[in-house]
Design a protein around this ligand. Structure first.
Ligand code: NDP
Length: 244
């Protein structure tokens, strides 16, 4: 059994997930890094440089059985999971007239069903521990909508409904469930946008710039900490004022 608190972060090999894993490591959590594909030895070293443990646990979050095995593996390695961050996500943008059914389903399967798949397998352990924190990564697009992202915004709005329902369901077990809704954050996901599109988006943000993965990770750190012990069922926008 790990002496430190343990955080499992999905999709933690890049972007926002990686920064969340590093921020929680810096704050004394042992980290279970969910990945699909190849492990990143450099990330392991970076996490371990904070004098905490780092273990990689593989699963495609859209696959329930893989998630079941991943959680069993994490429990075998650490004996507990105190914080779950459902971060793994994808986009497959397109206007509805051109969107293929497979592209709609793929985004729902990773972003929404994936959140269920991992949470469903972690919850029994948190209930037994009588404590836990679940932080789901939604998006401002799940709150306000966005042309060309019907699949993505439906998945992220679904994550918000999931968060609020679960928060009500498990509050009596001392498990707090919240969502964050990042705006326009500088990662691989947004690198694909053209400079013109980026400039257009920045113009609509009161702070007039993209956010950084670190700025998102700091809010997750708060939601994982004792400082947020009376916060549950909430959606916290991290968007430079884009949606208010
Ligand atoms: P990136 O594309 O940079 O990283 C996505 C991460 O998710 C990668 O580690 C990827 O792994 C992993 N992943 C994708 N699909 C799966 C899967 N099926 N199983 C396991 N892991 C998977 O994205 P961001 O860091 O930008 O986004 C992280 C989260 O934040 C997402 O949920 C996204 O929707 C959300 N978000 C991002 C915003 C932004 O502006 N960037 C704004 C609002 C929300 P791999 O390396 O194997 O592909």
């Amino acid at each position: 059994m790990s002496e430190r608190k343990v955080a499992l972060v999905t999709g933690a090999t890049r972007g926002i997930g990686k920064e969340i894993a590093l921020e929680l490591a810096k704050n004394g959590f042992d980290i279970a890094v969910n990945y699909r594909g190849t492990q990143d030895e450099n990330l392991k070293k970076e996490i371990e440089s904070n004098n905490v443990r780092c273990e990689f646990v593989e699963a495609d979050v859209s696959n329930f059985e893989q998630c079941e095995n991943m959680i069993k593996e994490a429990i075998e390695k650490y004996g507990r999971i105190d914080v779950l961050v459902n971060n793994a996500g994808i986009t497959k943008d397109g206007l509805i007239m051109r969107m293929k059914k497979e592209d709609f389903e793929a985004v729902i399967d990773v972003n929404l069903v994936g959140t269920f798949n991992v949470t469903r397998n972690v919850i029994p352990y948190m209930i037994k521990q009588k404590s836990g924190r679940i932080i789901n990564v939604s998006s401002v697009v799940g709150v306000a909508g966005n042309a060309g992202q019907t699949n993505y915004s439906a998945s992220k709005a679904g994550v918000i409904g999931f968060t609020k329902s679960l928060a009500k369901e498990v509050a009596s077990r001392n498990i707090l469930v919240n969502a964050i809704a990042p705006g326009f954050i500088d990662t691989d996901m947004t690198k694909v946008l053209s400079d013109t599109v980026k400039e257009g988006i920045n113009a609509q943000i009161p702070l007039k710039r993209m956010g950084t993965p670190k700025e998102v990770a700091k809010v997750v750190k708060f939601l994982a900490s004792e400082d947020s012990s009376y916060v549950t069922g909430q959606v916290i926008n991290i968007d430079g004022g884009m949606v208010m």
